[in-house]
Design a protein around this ligand. Structure first.
Ligand SMILES: C[S@@+](CC[C@H](N)C(=O)[O-])C[C@H]1O[C@@H](n2cnc3c(N)ncnc32)[C@H](O)[C@@H]1O
Length: 439
């Protein structure tokens, strides 16, 4: 594999087609120094509605579309996350279909690509405020909701995520939002409230997961703080919606789905741009579960386990059967051989099973993409390597070999930048992130 520098070569950023003015208005004048995940996207309108660290930059989607040899009619993203592919395609006037298994993230993406009547969302906001005010200190909000013990004061072992006044206000607003008759508006305000949570909690979320803040015991956040954040965020979203109202003329479907479901119907697509979970034992259900619980997407422990089981096998948070590829590519064989030699150093003996299953599932996905792509269709994959017991798993290279064996051609296979290793390996900066383009 060609190990490129930390910068995308300037030629990659040359535009071959006219980019719609609406896209330029959204992105402004920035020139990205690399194309990959977690690069300044959170500063853009819509992208800044919720801090999703694993989002990639819209420029990678733009590049996939503008460099495509024929004109692009349909884009596909099997792992929508915060909805970057759908949103970018929409800004470029191209229809898209995306899938996402996490219901809060699916709603986040849908809320961004939805069409709204600005006057009506202002009225809906006033309605929420009025209903929340009426509900006031109604005490039954807690009795109607089951939350893990650690979530609300007094918590567990002297620790909790939300002071009771904040949690009460969240649940009251949730109730007020659910009284809105319009489902798209309900979704928008659920997303806004969901995005207001972490700031008013005692924890932060970063690449290593959830952490209690320094001196969190002295934070004393209240329901009024939560209310202020909710109002500010709503105001920001309304500005974006109004400023870019023209974009939503283009269809962007985001479906709540486990991509591994064999009954799922993939559309015929020109370009598929996506970033799957990396096989680094990082469970998104876990890291982004504050919103899932507090906004009522999860109602019981069983719901939580069920959702974890629906995610790609890139982590070991739930026990599930492992699968193996009948024909393994050389780079995967080599990695498994090295891991076997260092077996006693693995922090969990199931890691090799997890990796085999990850590539088995990704191989199934690639096969379906191969049959769903149009004759000149291309698949752009942004994926990171991982490391266990000192053995680097070259995810991009392994996927490239699997893809080539099944009939894809390799248009590009580059390591775009070095990532940190996952928390389990101490977070040292040294792993590659690949951009793989299949034709
Ligand atoms: C790396 S993120 C995608 C980020 C996205 N490109 C963006 O810019 O926001 C991977 C996503 O895949 C989702 N996912 C994991 N397993 C899935 C499955 N079986 N089906 C569909 N989505 C899944 C995760 O919930 C996560 O949101």
């Amino acid at each position: 594999m060609h190990d490129a520098s930390d910068q995308a070569s300037p030629s990659r950023l040359v535009e071959q087609k006219t980019v719609p003015a609406l896209f330029d208005k959204w992105i402004g004048e920035r020139i990205p120094v690399f194309l990959g995940t977690n690069y300044l996207s959170q500063e853009l309108p819509f992208s800044n509605w919720y801090r999703f660290k694993e989002a990639f930059s819209p420029e990678i989607v733009k590049q996939a579309i503008t460099e495509h040899p024929v004109s692009v009619e349909t884009c596909l993203d099997p792992f929508s996350g915060s909805g970057t592919t759908a949103l970018t395609a929409q800004f470029m006037g191209i229809s898209s279909v995306s899938f996402e298994v996490n219901p809060f993230l699916a709603d986040l993406g849908r809320a961004k690509v939805e069409t709204y009547d600005v006057k009506e969302i202002h009225a809906a906001f006033d309605e929420i405020m009025a209903v929340a005010e009426k509900l006031g200190s109604a005490s039954d909000v807690f009795s109607e909701t089951w939350l893990p013990e650690t979530f609300v004061e007094p918590g567990k072992n002297g620790k909790w995520l939300f002071n009771v006044d904040v949690a009460h206000r969240v649940l009251t607003l949730r109730k007020a939002i659910s009284s809105l008759p319009n489902p798209a508006q309900r979704r928008l305000f659920r997303v806004i409230l969901g995005s207001s949570l972490i700031e008013n909690s005692n924890v932060t979320i970063n690449g290593k997961g959830r952490r209690y803040r320094n001196k969190w015991q002295y934070r004393s956040k209240t329901g009024s703080d939560l209310m202020r954040t909710f109002q500010m965020r709503a105001a920001q979203c309304f500005v974006d919606i109004e400023k870019f109202s023209l974009k939503s003329a283009t269809v962007a479907n985001i479906e709540l789905q486990d991509i591994r479901d064999q009954n799922l119907c993939f559309p015929k697509f020109d370009v598929s741009v996506f970033s799957p979970p990396y096989p680094n034992s990082f469970d998104y259900t876990d890291v982004y579960n504050v919103e899932l619980w507090m906004m009522g997407y999860l109602k019981s422990r069983e719901n939580n386990i069920e959702l974890r089981k629906k995610t790609i096998t890139s982590h070991l948070q739930v026990t599930r059967p492992f699968s193996v590829l009948a024909e393994k590519p050389a780079s995967l064989m080599q990695a498994l051989f090295e891991l076997e030699k260092r077996r006693e150093h693995l922090w969990d003996k199931r890691i090799t099973g997890m990796l085999e299953t990850y590539f088995f599932e990704m191989s199934n996905l690639l096969r379906r993409l191969l049959t769903s792509k149009k004759p000149k269709g291309r698949v752009w994959i942004i994926v990171g390597n991982s490391q266990y017991a000192g053995v680097e798993i070259e995810t991009g290279q392994i996927l490239a070999e699997i893809a080539e064996d099944m009939g894809f051609s390799i248009v590009m296979n580059e390591v775009s930048r070095k990532l940190r290793t996952s928390p389990q390996q101490g977070g040292a900066p040294k792993l590659g992130e690949s951009i793989l383009v299949l034709g």
